[in-house]
Design a protein around this ligand. Structure first.
Ligand code: HEM
Length: 528
């Protein structure tokens, strides 16, 4: 098997991306997903917006459930795999309304990351809405794969009887008590819309609720146990409990199926409800097709080098790019980056990093709202001699009590590949007809790649993927035999198609290894 040195991210680029999406929620480098819900959990991005009576977070949570609910414990098929994106599945009677398409439309522009599937994004959106709108912290694992075809049907519907619901949830892997919990947790958000279910919800003629959304509880935009307290104290207006048509009162049949014991417990004890929902939600998003291996639970990375990579600047120089995120630490007086040259035998090099006081990130973790991440900058520019280069780097963090933490991955150091790197002269230009990528990159003269290619992030069939463009001497110019400071420069131009999104890498296959740049490295190098 060939080894892909994926941009030398540590320990795994997927884990880095997921950490970013879970913990960079506001402030510097914030994700787009968190922005709308942080601003306002009642916010709805589509149609009548503020007057629709709907909210984004509810749609995201319902989308994760409907994508997952096709799971079959007996054969391991179905589950959370983004199969709901196929119109053959989304248009089924068991998936009514536009909430699923709205969810995918919203998250697609933030999801196109090669390491991060649409299914991981659906789970991420549900967790983001849940956590940022009052819910507990959900253990999040990544690594879901996107299905290539629709799953078998199997989402429960309100007109079905209680026995059918019990066996449906059993097929998904949940007991009757867990079914009660999962429905109550989900229906803490949102409601039933007249426009989608005219037989359940009568028209409303309310200009601030144009979809006629009959809320499950009085706090439809946020997580709390009102779904249970209002049910138990008899004030509930949940349209699936007190709807005029008994046939579709599925929440009533489900909530009362154990003599109301579970709902009474949720009503009496908000902490029990909170913990139960945290556990059931984690199980819901971890319900994936057989053969998919999920990562460990993504914990915040305490010392996180971000966007580290090398950029060719010419005149014998390579620039080191990147920044360091330190998780919730009192401002340490001194952070130093150290490294070894390509030839690891030489001395250690060292530069101080500077604390960037304007770069603060807020993770918004439920129950610990005060946490902050701080960012540290490399000197700008930081140049290396091309013939010395770099192999590994690490950090020393000296605290005010004079203790020093060495972040070096247990001695291994963070590695940076210097086999192939983009030049800061790489650009795009308009040739009168098309946008043209004008790509210059440097390849180490002492390696003999069997293949060189660009990988562009793209979005095919509703799933993030990579489109590869091969480069060879026939479609590139190389600064011929003359190796510049141990590197050979390549230049190639090609038309940017609509398929090619703005993030890309360039890779060299050498023997059984592939060396690849990091799509997050900024090519901007200040003049030094
Ligand atoms: C027997 C099981 C269930 C039935 C029959 C059911 C039925 C429904 C119905 C009819 C709606 C209204 C949809 C619309 O008008 O667009 C709805 C909304 C919703 N459901 Fe369920 N549901 C079930 C379980 C769940 C579960 C387990 C979750 C999540 C864990 C969930 C989350 C939601 C959410 C968040 C909404 C609100 C959507 C919005 O307001 O846009 N449901 N459900």
């Amino acid at each position: 098997d060939s080894v892909v040195v994926k941009a030398d991210k540590y320990p795994d680029p997927l884990v880095y991306e997921l950490d970013h999406n879970l913990y960079d929620r506001e402030g510097y480098g914030k994700t787009l997903l968190s922005a709308t819900v942080l601003q306002n959990c009642s916010f709805f991005s589509f149609g009548a917006g503020g007057n629709s009576g709907r909210n984004n977070a509810a749609d995201w949570i319902r989308t994760a459930f409907h994508d997952m609910a096709t799971y079959n414990v007996m054969d391991g098929t179905g589950g959370l795999d983004a199969s709901i994106r196929f119109s053959a599945e989304m248009s089924r009677a068991e998936n009514p309304g536009d909430g699923f398409q709205n969810t995918l439309t919203f998250i697609a522009p933030v999801s196109v990351r090669r390491y991060f599937s649409m299914a991981d994004n659906i789970a991420m959106a549900a967790v983001t809405g849940f956590e940022l709108c009052g819910g507990p912290k959900i253990a999040y694992r990544g690594g879901r794969l996107d299905a290539s075809e629709p799953n078998a049907p199997g989402v429960p519907e309100p007109q079905q009887g209680i026995e059918e619901h019990i066996s449906n949830f059993a097929r998904q892997g949940f007991t009757k008590e867990e079914m009660i919990g999962l429905v109550a947790c989900g229906h803490s958000f949102g409601g039933v819309q007249h426009i989608t279910f005219p037989d359940i919800v009568p028209p409303m003629n309310d200009p601030t609720n144009l979809s006629g959304n009959a809320k499950f509880d009085t706090t439809f935009e946020k997580f709390d146990n009102k779904i249970a307290t209002e049910y138990i104290d008899g004030t509930t207006k949940n349209p699936l409990v007190v709807g005029h048509n008994d046939t579709t009162n599925s929440d009533l049949r489900i909530f009362s199926s154990d003599g109301n014991r579970t709902m009474a417990r949720f009503s009496k004890n908000p902490a029990v409800f909170r913990n139960t929902c945290a556990e059931l939600f984690a199980r819901m998003i971890d319900t994936v097709p057989k053969g998919v291996t999920l990562t460990q639970v993504i914990k915040p990375i305490e010392v996180k080098p971000d966007g580290f990579g090398l950029v060719w600047v010419g005149n014998g120089k390579i620039a080191v790019k990147g920044e360091l995120r330190l998780w919730d630490t009192p401002i340490p007086p001194e952070v130093t980056m150290k490294w070894k040259a390509r030839d690891k035998k030489g001395p250690e090099f060292s530069v101080p990093l500077s604390h960037n006081v304007t770069h603060v990130t807020f993770p918004h973790i439920p129950d610990t709202p005060g946490l902050q991440s701080r960012w540290y900058d490399l000197p700008q520019p930081l140049f290396l001699n091309a013939n010395e280069s770099i192999s590994t780097f690490w950090f020393e963090i000296k605290r005010s009590d004079s203790s020093t933490k060495v972040a070096n991955l247990n001695g291994a150091g963070y590695s940076l590949q210097d086999v192939i790197m983009l030049s800061n002269s790489t650009s795009q230009f308009w040739n009168g007809k098309d946008m043209v990528w004008n790509m210059t990159f440097a390849v180490r003269a002492d390696v003999k790649p069997s293949r060189i290619y660009f990988g562009f992030d793209t979005f095919v069939n509703g799933a993030p993927t990579v489109v590869e463009v091969d480069v060879s001497p026939s479609n590139a110019t190389t600064t011929a035999a003359a190796a510049v400071d141990g590197y050979i420069l390549w230049n190639t131009q090609f038309v940017r198609t609509r398929q090619m999104l703005s993030t890309y890498t360039v890779a060299a296959v050498v023997g059984d290894r592939t060396y690849e740049t990091d799509p997050n490295v900024s090519l901007f190098v200040p003049v030094g």
